[in-house]
Design a protein around this ligand. Structure first.
Ligand code: FES
Length: 248
């Protein structure tokens, strides 16, 4: 499996950023507005309008432009302001532009980088689809440990037939786990995004062959994992009620 995140941070599942959608996120303390144009282009910009500093994540998308909610300045996908409603006859100078960062989409994830990069992030899995994202009040390092080591099922009452999973790849907050139940191979990918305040966004994906029931099971397992993570800080070697021993 060829995993090379190359400094990219997963910031959203592709399905959570629909055409015309805008999201707010944070990468390395940089506040970002992530948005997708009507044609499907994804962009990551400083979350600050160059005019008066309004958050661009409050803005709205029309076609291939993001419009600031405050005075309606419109920015194209190149980051340059091309229309100012208060001055309809004015062609804005090209120096009127947002601060843009690297933003790409692959493996059903949207990725951002504070430095423009030629390389794309690689997770080594082509066929993959989103389940859900959730935010956990625990640092990414702790969650990385949990995702990599805890065993399925969580408990017999919530996941009776999910099977046993093992970690097959752990790489800078990208954990790939694989399991087998009968003749079915099962896959879970957790892409972790460190957030301010020792919080973490966990973006979870699986193989396209996963049934709706299995996705629901994964989703419940993740909620349980979050509950446990937030209730009880994990210590390496601890036994805990969601199954398995951390660090084994
Ligand atoms: S602050 Fe954005 S248009 Fe004025």
């Amino acid at each position: 499996m060829n995993v090379d995140l190359g400094g990219w941070t997963p910031v959203a599942l592709s399905t959570d950023l629909s055409n015309g959608g805008v999201l707010r996120t944070v990468v390395e303390d940089q506040d970002l507005a992530i948005w997708r144009s009507a044609a499907g282009a994804v962009r990551a910009w400083e979350n600050r309008c160059p005019h008066r500093g309004m958050r661009l994540s409050y803005g709205f998308v029309r076609g291939e432009s993001l419009t600031c909610i405050y005075h309606g300045w419109q920015y194209g996908t190149d980051g340059v302001c091309h229309a100012i409603p208060a001055h309809p006859d004015l062609t804005p100078p090209t120096t009127l532009c947002v601060r843009a960062f690297g933003c790409v989409e692959n493996s059903s994830l949207v990725w951002a980088s504070l430095s423009q990069r030629d390389r794309q992030p690689q997770i080594g899995i082509e066929d993959i689809q989103p389940i859900r994202s959730l935010t956990v009040d625990r640092p990414a390092t702790a969650l990385n440990e949990m995702f990599a080591t805890v065993r399925f099922p969580i408990a017999d009452d919530t996941a009776p037939d999910i099977g046993e999973f093992r970690s097959i790849s752990i790489n800078h907050g990208l954990i790939v786990r694989e399991g087998q139940l009968g003749d079915q191979r099962r896959l879970m990918v957790a892409a972790l995004q460190a957030l301010p305040g020792d919080r973490t966004a966990a973006h979870i994906l699986t193989s396209p062959a996963a049934s709706p029931k299995l996705k629901t099971t994964f989703s419940r397992w993740l909620e349980r994992l979050r509950w446990f993570a937030e209730q009880s800080p994990i210590t390496i070697g601890d036994r805990h009620p969601i199954g398995g021993t951390v660090g084994e």
